[in-house]
Design a protein around this ligand. Structure first.
Ligand SMILES: NC(=O)c1ccc[n+]([C@@H]2O[C@H](COP(=O)([O-])OP(=O)(O)OC[C@H]3O[C@@H](n4cnc5c(N)ncnc54)[C@H](OP(=O)(O)O)[C@@H]3O)[C@@H](O)[C@H]2O)c1
Length: 294
């Protein structure tokens, strides 16, 4: 399909929140005929001047295009918006953030109603939509055939990364990355708390923190991945577990000295101590991954 052929593909978009509105503008700018629906109709009005057709209801919007994209608050809002609507022959692409189980159930639900289904997890915030250099993308999973068919239309707002036929995998990748982000934020929060009462300029401290995190993250993430695949946890270990657990005492004592709660870092240290209790201490932290499995 050429870029021009893709631009002729009509798109229906359900949901004009912050994200849906940003997505809508990119399809309009790229020349796609776009039909939109939002529960609160007023949110659609600004898009009319940009060329969107506003449907009277979700059913009318769904009927307008084969490619139906949904970007609503959560899975319950998807169920509410699509309740009782004929999906026969539709290509349903759900960009709503859900759990993997919700995505799988929604895929089965859509297929029972005669639609093909693709799930998406958006790795971007609205200002990144339509700005390729911002680096945002969407994880897609579910029907590969559907992904390939609509790949160019889906790539209009933001990059695309297909992660498998299992409809739950986009959500799982999305949540895994977000969970890692919050772990990183926890460390950043603790670091700023440690310096908070001192005569240290947080603005001067920030690049030191950023550079340190960046220097640590690449090698440690890649090493963990390699070790999880090989099962060899002791080759190429740079900072062994025994040394690291000993070092946590200094980190906890420093938090105490600075009058800072260790509540954000304690859980990881507890996991490291549990691992050391069953290990020679020659490995690094990869073994904590499997300690989390229930
Ligand atoms: N914003 C971000 O930074 C970001 C980043 C990545 C992923 N996402 C995901 O993108 C999705 C949309 O986010 P957003 O930022 O656009 O959220 P938002 O601004 O809060 O908009 C929520 C949308 O869901 C609709 N909605 C809520 N409950 C509904 C219901 N029961 N029935 C029908 N429609 C309902 C709202 O309609 P009304 O206008 O009528 O309330 C609105 O269109 C979410 O799943 C979010 O996790 C967002």
């Amino acid at each position: 399909m050429t870029a021009n052929a893709s631009a002729e593909t009509p798109v229906t978009l359900l949901g004009l929140g912050a994200m849906g509105t940003a997505l809508a503008r990119t399809w309009l700018a790229a020349g796609h005929p776009l039909t939109v629906w939002n529960r609160t109709a007023a949110r659609a009005e600004p898009l009319v001047a940009e060329g969107a057709k506003v449907a009277d209801g979700a059913a009318e919007a769904v009927a307008a295009s084969t490619l139906v994209i949904v970007c609503l608050l959560d899975d319950a809002s998807v169920a509410a918006a699509l309740d009782g609507i004929d999906l026969t022959g539709k290509d349903l692409v759900n960009l709503t953030t859900t759990t993997p189980a919700e995505a799988r159930a929604r895929a089965a639900w859509a297929e029972e109603r005669g639609a093909r289904y693709l799930d998406g997890g958006i790795m971007a915030v609205p200002p990144m939509i339509g700005i390729p250099e911002a680096g945002g993308y969407v994880f897609y999973s579910g029907s590969r055939e559907l992904f390939e068919l609509h790949r160019e239309s889906l790539a209009v707002p933001v990059g695309t990364t297909y992660v498998g036929e299992d409809a739950g995998f986009a959500a799982l990748h999305d949540v895994a990355l977000l969970s890692a982000m919050y772990g990183m934020f926890a460390g950043v929060t603790h670091a700023f708390a440690l310096i908070r009462r001192e005569n240290i300029d947080p603005v001067a401290f920030a690049p030191l923190l950023v550079n340190w995190i960046q220097a640590m993250v690449d090698p440690s993430v890649e090493q963990t991945a390699r070790q999880l695949v090989s099962g060899d946890l002791t080759t190429d270990v740079v900072s062994n577990l025994a040394m690291q657990v000993a070092g946590t005492k200094t980190l906890l004592a420093t938090a105490e000295e600075q009058g800072v709660s260790a509540e954000l870092i304690q859980p990881q240290f507890a996991l490291m101590r549990r691992l050391l209790a069953t290990s020679t201490g020659e490995e690094d932290l990869t073994g904590t991954v499997d300690l989390l499995l229930r």
